[in-house]
Write a protein that binds this ligand. Structure first.
Ligand code: SAH
Length: 354
């Protein structure tokens, strides 16, 4: 049996024709849409201003939610609460809710099952790329987080697209989902509160720069030169840092928004004094923030996290060269929160039933 289509992925034109075919007045579509994006509403029977017959017809034709929680790590008390979500086809993705000291709640969302980028330090791409998420599946991660927070009397206020997958490789679906997330009629999370992180694909960056309401941009740089970068990030081959930095410059010129560069510090790979100086040289004069992130160990990988003093030294060299930095300790470290780790530790697919 083919599963019923998800209402979250259905183009509005198709929704309108469905309502017309049901001989339903147009205002009912808007009533439905309002419910669809209301935190805490995950069943048709909660949509109390729709006639019962319409709710039954909707139930028979569509699904409202397609994912189920396969595992949870952490809790509302921890800085990061991580969810392994199982999709209708049995594939699994990760979504993390980050709770900060100011009482804000942010979602880290995935865009793909697996990842094709094959970064040497990352668990997400270890099993390769399985498929893109649909816009409905991306949106549903937001609704899942908003629903859960609503039950606690809390609100989802920010989002980072830093889960599994490369956002620029699934940009159409991501942008359709984010259009709803960021609109007043949707989840009302403003574009400025949403950060898209990319491995560094110039065409994708330029497309993000052209949006009317641009999202915040983060670029996973992780190296001071092409030789190190290509070694740990094969997607750099044939692109190169210069082209990525140029695309980021155009993003800044078009949007006026400062670009964040993420830099994972990996012992003996990209954390030396020379590496810091070379990075400072590349970024000097650019309006940039470097987010220094100590490498989060992945069981299957031989990479190591540098010592605290090595990390401090790297940070000081950037600062003394006039580069703005933020030194982050990854919030999810204790709970396998680096991308793809939970999925690998619990099985990348649903256990087969027998
Ligand atoms: N593909 C996008 C989105 C993933 S974002 C990108 O590359 O930006 C996830 C961030 O976590 C990226 O900056 C990624 O490089 C980083 N990351 C992956 N594995 C990590 C690890 N083991 N420790 C620390 N950061 C890691």
């Amino acid at each position: 049996m083919t599963p019923k289509p998800s209402l979250l992925s259905l183009p509005i034109t198709e929704l309108n024709s469905w309502f017309a075919a049901q001989k339903q007045p147009k205002f009912r579509v808007n009533q439905l849409l309002k419910w669809l994006y209301s935190p805490g509403i995950s069943e048709f029977d909660q949509m109390t201003n729709l006639p019962k017959s319409l709710r039954e017809a909707l139930k028979n034709s569509f699904t409202l939610r397609t994912m189920k929680v396969a595992a949870v790590l952490g809790s509302e008390e921890s800085p990061a609460e991580k969810f392994l979500l199982e999709l209708e086809d049995g594939n699994r993705i990760e979504a993390v809710i980050l709770h900060n000291a100011q009482g804000q709640h942010s979602l880290c969302a995935s865009t793909q099952v697996g990842c094709a980028m094959k970064c040497a330090f990352c668990a997400s791409g270890m099993d390769g790329m399985v498929r893109n998420l649909t816009s409905g599946e991306i949106l549903e991660q937001f609704l899942f987080a908003a629903d859960l927070l609503a039950k606690r009397g809390q609100r989802l206020s920010h989002a980072v697209i830093m889960g599994m997958g490369e956002p620029t490789a699934n940009l159409d679906s991501l942008l359709s989902a984010l259009a709803i997330v960021s609109s007043e009629g949707g989840l009302g999370i403003g574009a400025r509160k949403i950060t898209i992180s990319t491995v560094g694909i110039p065409a994708g960056i330029l497309r993000l720069a052209e949006l009317d309401h641009p999202y915040h941009l983060a670029i996973s740089l992780h190296a001071p030169n092409d030789s190190i970068r290509t070694r740990i990030m094969p997607s750099n081959r044939g692109i190169g840092m210069e082209a990525i930095l140029r695309a980021a410059d155009s993003y800044f010129e078009k949007t006026g928004r400062r670009v964040t560069y993420e830099y994972i510090l990996i012992a003996g790979v990209n954390d030396s004094i020379e590496n810091a100086r070379e990075l400072a040289g590349k970024l000097r004069g650019r309006n940039a923030l470097v987010n220094l992130i100590p490498f989060n160990p992945v069981k299957e990988l031989a990479f190591r996290t540098p010592s605290a003093s090595q990390i401090q030294q790297f940070a000081r060299i950037l600062e003394s060269n006039g580069i703005q930095i933020a030194l982050r300790h990854r919030k999810g470290e204790k709970i396998d929160a680096a991308c793809g780790q939970l999925r690998r530790s619990r099985g990348i697919n649903a256990p087969t039933e027998n």
